[in-house]
Design a protein around this ligand. Structure first.
Ligand code: GDP
Ligand code: GDP
Length: 450
């Protein structure tokens, strides 16, 4: 999913030159993105970047790009340079300078801004130290509500400012049920699919989990296309087993049976967050198992590997290792995948499954703190810099996590489309190891920042 395909809420930073808009922009974007100038006379382009602000994807716009030449014309220019940006804004951060106090240009601009019918958050910048708070109080006189004292340079007050900005944003679009889930409905049951080849023991597993024969009773295979869910509960809450109807879909002849196990799995896993891939441990890993595992990865779901029929195995450790190796070698994205072994028939070992599912789910939902991510990134590209391609070194400047489920990172740089797969793998492996994200797909996206 490209960032730009969705129209994100727009946050515009406006204000006089030199109050610290670019510094604030950089602070919010998490890295030095705009160019900060000491002299107000240096022209800059208007900067716009899609960033993640507390798990919300937003477009941040800095309205720099004009020169403070003649004080008489400052307001006019300010308005001119901000007008179209403000028109597109969901929220305007009006930035003023605590050190210089209220300035007639600010007042004039505030008046104009109030008429634009936008949410306005008043950021009083350069407010580090006590003097800043006093200055902030004075700024109530703008009539723009509560002033937020911040120091863009040092980071003070930024959390409260972000909170205030996010409070003004419209609710997130409902079209992505997972993002929606993440932000609003934490109590919704975890959606779990149980997939695998025919006779791996899926139905037996579900029955064992439910403690009763609920799955195989019901309409005959093929009679219904409804996907039936059943619910389980553990100490941590509810788990919805999606598409248990899929478990009953049995084909008539062997050939289609195999094909069906893959396509039925695909249907089920699209509805799921976590997928348990059941493997008949006695038979080991088949091509279909790998095909299903690839689908799980492709769809960005997280996966737990369930080795069933443990009761009839002799050399258990060897089998476990062989199966895990086979999956990981075929699918590097499954590196570190959780493996649980049990007997669905006797129920032995089955208690390990849901905790493993919960753990995998937590990893899949992981948010890497921005500071730690940037530190890792600096180190990773220093240790092993992006390669030369066509005689020129590729540049990656900046990384940000735009979403979880699965963890997805955007890297900004130049000629990023040329970054070779092995370098991408290097980054993915580093992210996985450093931030403890085994077994979950990790996505990288690249964008050219200029
Ligand atoms: P803009 O022209 O409004 O975009 O402002 P800049 O971001 O270029 O910043 C103007 C000057 O103010 C630079 O010298 C910054 O280093 C400085 N500055 C920005 N934020 C702060 C802050 O929080 N405290 C202090 N003391 N200086 C700041
Ligand atoms: P499904 O097609 O994946 O739903 O598989 P079933 O649950 O219908 O199981 C297929 C066969 O494997 C049945 O005969 C089950 O009794 C048997 N089976 C399932 N789990 C186990 C197990 O843990 N141990 C043993 N020995 N047999 C099992």
């Amino acid at each position: 999913m490209a960032l730009s395909t969705k129209s994100l809420p727009v946050i515009v930073i406006a204000g006089r030159p030199n109050v610290g808009k670019s510094t604030l922009f950089n602070r919010l974007a998490g890295r030095r993105y705009a160019i900060v100038n000491d002299q107000p006379g240096v022209t800059r382009d208007r900067k716009s970047v899609d960033i993640e602000l507390r798990y919300r994807n937003v477009t941040l716009v800095d309205t720099a790009g004009w020169e403070e030449d003649d004080p008489q014309t400052v307001f006019g220019r300010m308005r001119q340079s901000s007008e179209s940006a403000v028109a597109s804004a969901d929220v305007v951060i009006f930035c003023v300078d605590a050190r210089s106090g209220i300035n007639p240009v600010d007042e004039h601009f505030a008046q104009w801004l109030r008429k634009q019918g936008k949410h306005i958050i008043l950021a009083v910048n350069k407010a580090e130290g006590n003097a800043g708070n006093i200055a902030a109080l004075e700024m109530y006189s703008f009539g723009l509500g509560e002033p937020y004292p911040v120091s863009a340079e040092h980071g003070n007050g930024i959390g409260d400012l972000i909170e205030a900005v996010l409070d003004c944003l419209p609710n997130e679009e409902e079209n992505d049920e997972f993002e929606d889930f993440e932000n609003e409905n934490v109590d919704r049951p975890l959606k779990l699919a149980i997939v695998g080849r025919p006779n791996a023991g899926k139905s037996t597993l579900v029955n064992q989990l439910l403690g009763e024969q609920r799955v195989i009773t019901g309409p005959e295979a093929g009679l219904t296309r409804d996907s039936i869910s059943v619910f389980l509960r553990d100490e941590e809450g509810e788990v919805e087993l999606v598409d248990t109807a899929g478990l009953r879909r049995k084909a008539r002849i062997d050939e289609t049976l195999e094909k069906m196990s893959v396509s039925a799995s695909l249907e089920a896993l699209k509805m799921a967050e976590v997928v348990v891939l059941v493997i008949d441990a006695e038979l080991g890993v088949h091509e279909q198992d790998l095909q299903i595992a690839r689908l799980i990865e492709r769809e960005g779901r997280c996966c737990v590997l369930a080795l069933n029929k443990w009761d009839i195995l002799e050399d258990r450790e060897a089998v476990r290792q062989a199966i895990k190796d086979r999956i990981e070698i075929s699918l590097t994205q499954m590196n570190g995948i959780a493996v649980v072994s049990f007997s669905a028939l006797t129920g032995r070992g089955i208690h390990k499954l849901l905790p493993a599912v919960r753990r995998a789910y937590a990893i899949w939902n992981k948010r890497v703190p921005t500071g730690a991510l940037n530190r890792w990134f600096e180190e990773a590209i220093t240790r092993h810099s992006p390669p030369m391609v066509e005689g020129r070194r590729l540049k990656i400047r900046y990384i940000t996590q735009i979403k979880a489920r699965p963890p997805t990172f955007v890297l900004f740089g130049t000629r990023t489309s040329k970054i070779p797969m092995d370098y991408q793998r290097y980054l993915v492996n580093g992210l996985r190891a450093t931030f403890d994200m085994p077994g979950t797909p990790i996505r990288l996206q690249f964008r050219d920042s200029k």
